[in-house]
Design a protein. Structure first.
Length: 744
């Protein structure tokens, strides 16, 4: 049957049975229609129906069909445009030539010719340009094979996630396979182009088509540091299971040689952890010395009440992280812990068992004391009502201290106490009475012997709270006035013969001024007959409860001189302490300020000052300014910023300067450019490592959306060094461009 002679035809070929089978048994049925609407009725029939529109149509029933002139063929989920079309009913195959275009469930293929079986959508396209909407990818090829509805292969083609007409980056490949079922792309003999310049060739590369993890060779990392020179890292990622993976990274350093880095991550319902190891078999900069580091962190919930923890770290030498790490957080490490613990939560009581040792990395120009090992440390704490309005508390601990150059021994602490809280909405009074007992079992060492110490401890903590509604510059505000008195009495005991295992002088601040003991640890308990007076005022938004501003003044008054001290500390002889003042508040939605001062009344001067301000007008824009001074110790300014200028350009930076030493301690500056399908970052960093030693590093990163990352990742450094930093380069997906892929 042939149909000719009309300027324009719309025909519907309906298949009740599956395509191919219907053509052989029933032939190709045609009927005229005046709309493109699918026929009503059975879903199977609609799924197999063909809708054809062309200038001229001819065909033989049950065998073939030809269409010419502005051809449009539609089936469910597919539309094919061409100048000429031939359909074979026996093979269920369509061949289209001349300005061919196929829209297939959002994907767009344009080429000079297509052959495709309609039932399983297999075939090929000659000289195609393609756009895959779900993959946000596009490219060209000499031939594109349609292996199934979810698999395609391209020969001598390109691949990119950049939206047309941009060509920020693309792959030029001899063979490309995209498998949506496996979520995998595989390219053979591929060259990565950036701005039309080749930057990397690889005979084989595979990559995930989404953000899912996948085993394979990752993109190399490039960088340079002052101590190791140019370096390149070739990481290989192993997606071993959904809940654990590994990365093995050979690393070459120009001044030192070849090394290998590895990382293993694992996660389970009851445990999780991270293991890292690095090994340099022969450091050319240190006469062939072998160097390494190891770290393991593991958390385990053994039962609902029993949990375990491991933190084991080791380095081959004192300079390992200074020489071989580009991260500020690791280059400043001094003590590497090796500890394990078990914690049992019994509800009102908690028991902890721990062993703890350290490896101390020494600065030869400023050595520090090696901390004691605790092997083991056992503690038991509890808190529960005991009747009559009283609460009982218990703090107890047994520790065996070990140090190769200091006196060793075992310390037992037993500190029961009882409180009687008296609380109303406007007042809180909490008296406390306890007995602190400490026993030392010492190993033979000159000047030390086994001994004990028992001290009663009495304290009363009281607070009043007043509120009033007021306004500031016409804005309603709720203001509080909260005076607080904290009294402590502990009699004097001579403790000069006791060892100093883990005790030091606590920092004098707003938290410590309301504590019983001015020493950390349990080797020294200060004698005390003192009261701390403080007053706070808070300004609260009555509509959302947000605290806008807090003002605090505090001072401690001594009724007698304190005689217990440390060998390097001064005895408290003044009847009063320095004044502590603090102002903290969010002055507006954009401004946050923090001020703290320790003021010596007798000398009429500030002995410690901290000032910080943060300006955040919107996400991606933050400016931090700070100043810290501790008289006789340090004086430092600190400025940092992240600033997004537009949807493409942003900058980051930090500068910390020691006014006392007259040198920069940290300098970090970087620029970021976000082009949508790729982002580029360049950063320079310099920071003080050991005394009189600085480390310098350069970082460069190209991030290709949909493929991989090139270069050292500076984001961790940014987060650590810039308060309020936000990652703003969540790269947008490639956008469907209607100018290049118009809807018809």
């Amino acid at each position: 049957m042939s149909i000719t002679g009309f300027p324009r035809w719309l025909l519907v070929a309906a298949f009740v049975a599956p395509a191919g089978a219907a053509a052989q048994t029933q032939g190709l049925g045609l009927r005229l229609d005046t709309s493109l609407s699918p026929p009503e009725g059975d879903d199977k029939a609609q799924a197999g129906a063909l809708y054809l529109e062309a200038d001229s149509v001819s065909g033989t029933q049950g065998q073939s069909l030809e269409a010419h002139g502005d051809v449009r063929l539609r089936t469910r989920g597919r539309t094919l445009f061409a100048d000429d079309l031939f359909y074979s009913s026996a093979e269920d195959k369509v061949t289209a030539t001349g300005h061919m275009r196929l829209d297939r469930r959002g994907d767009v293929l344009e080429g000079s010719k297509i052959e495709m079986r309609l039932e399983d959508e297999t075939g090929y396209v000659e000289n195609p340009e393609y756009y895959f909407r779900l993959l946000n990818a596009r490219g060209k090829a000499s031939r594109l094979f349609l292996d199934s509805k979810t698999k395609v292969r391209a020969k001598d083609g390109t691949y990119s996630t950049c939206a047309v007409p941009e060509d920020g980056w693309f792959l030029r490949v001899r063979d490309l396979q995209l498998d949506r079922d496996k979520d995998e792309g595989v390219a053979r003999h591929a060259t990565v182009y950036f701005k039309n310049l080749p930057v990397l060739y690889t005979p084989y590369i595979d990559f995930p088509l989404s953000n899912a993890r996948k085993s394979g060779l990752l993109a190399p990392t490039y960088g340079t540091t002052g101590r190791s020179g140019f370096e390149v890292i070739l990481p290989f990622y192993l997606n071993l299971a959904p809940n654990y993976d590994a990365t093995v990274s050979p690393r070459f350093l120009a001044k030192r040689g070849a090394m290998v880095n590895s990382e293993v991550r694992y996660l389970d319902k009851r445990f999780n952890g991270l293991v890292t190891a690095e090994y340099l078999p022969s450091d050319e900069a240190r006469q062939g010395e072998a160097r390494y580091s190891f770290a393991m962190r593991h958390t385990h919930r053994i039962t609902d009440k029993l949990t375990g923890y491991l933190n084991i770290q080791k380095a081959s030498d004192d300079f390992y992280f200074v020489d071989l790490s580009s991260r500020l957080a690791t280059t400043t490490i001094t003590n590497l812990p090796r500890e394990g613990s078990l914690t049992y939560n019994g509800g009102w009581w908690t028991a902890v068992g721990r062993t703890q040792r350290y490896q101390t990395l020494q600065d030869p120009n400023l050595p520090i004391a090696v901390p004691y090992s605790r092997v083991p440390q056992l503690s038991f704490t509890g808190n529960r009502p005991v009747g009559g309005g009283f609460d009982g508390n218990l703090e107890s601990e047994f520790v065996a201290f070990s140090n190769p150059t200091s006196p060793n021994g075992r310390r037992l602490v037993f500190y029961p106490s009882v409180t009687y809280p008296l609380q109303k909405s406007y007042v809180s009074i909490v008296p406390k009475l306890g007995l602190h007992h400490t026993y030392y079992d010492m190993d033979p060492y000159p000047g030390y012997r086994s001994t004990s110490r028992t001290l009663p401890v009495f304290s009363v903590d009281s607070t009043l709270t007043f509120e009033r509604n007021t306004s500031i510059l016409g804005t309603p505000i709720l203001q509080t006035f909260e005076p607080r008195l904290y009294y402590v009495y502990i009699p004097y005991r001579d403790q000069s013969a006791l060892p100093l295992f883990d005790t030091g002088l606590a920092d004098f601040n707003m938290a410590q001024i309301f504590s019983e003991n001015r020493f950390t640890g349990s080797d020294r308990i200060n004698d005390s007959n003192q009261v701390t007076g403080a007053v706070s005022s808070r300004f609260i938004d009555p509509f959302n409860g947000r605290e806008r501003l807090r003002l605090t003044l505090a001072q401690r008054f001594f009724f007698q001189e304190q005689r217990v001290t440390l060998p390097s500390a001064n005895i408290q002889t003044q009847p009063r302490s320095d004044i502590l003042a603090a102002v903290t508040g969010r002055m507006s939605e954009s401004w946050y300020a923090d001020f703290a001062m320790r003021y010596d009344i007798d000398a009429n001067r500030a002995t410690r000052t901290t000032v910080a301000a943060r300006y955040t007008p919107e996400p991606g824009r933050v400016l931090n300014v700070g100043y810290r001074e501790n008289q006789g110790s340090f004086e430092q300014t600190d400025m940092s910023a992240q600033w997004v200028f537009n949807d493409r350009w942003s900058m980051v930076g930090r500068w910390a300067y020691s006014l006392r030493d007259r040198r920069s301690t940290t300098t970090l500056a970087g620029v970021e450019y976000n082009a949508g399908c790729w982002a580029g970052r360049f950063m320079v960093q310099q920071f003080a490592a050991f005394t009189q030693t600085s480390a310098r590093a350069l970082f460069f990163q190209l991030e290709f959306n949909g493929l991989s990352k090139f270069g050292s990742n500076p984001l961790d450094i940014l987060r650590q060094n810039i308060a309020g930093y936000q990652k703003i380069n969540a790269l947008p997906q490639t956008q469907f461009n209607e100018d290049y892929y118009p809807t018809q």
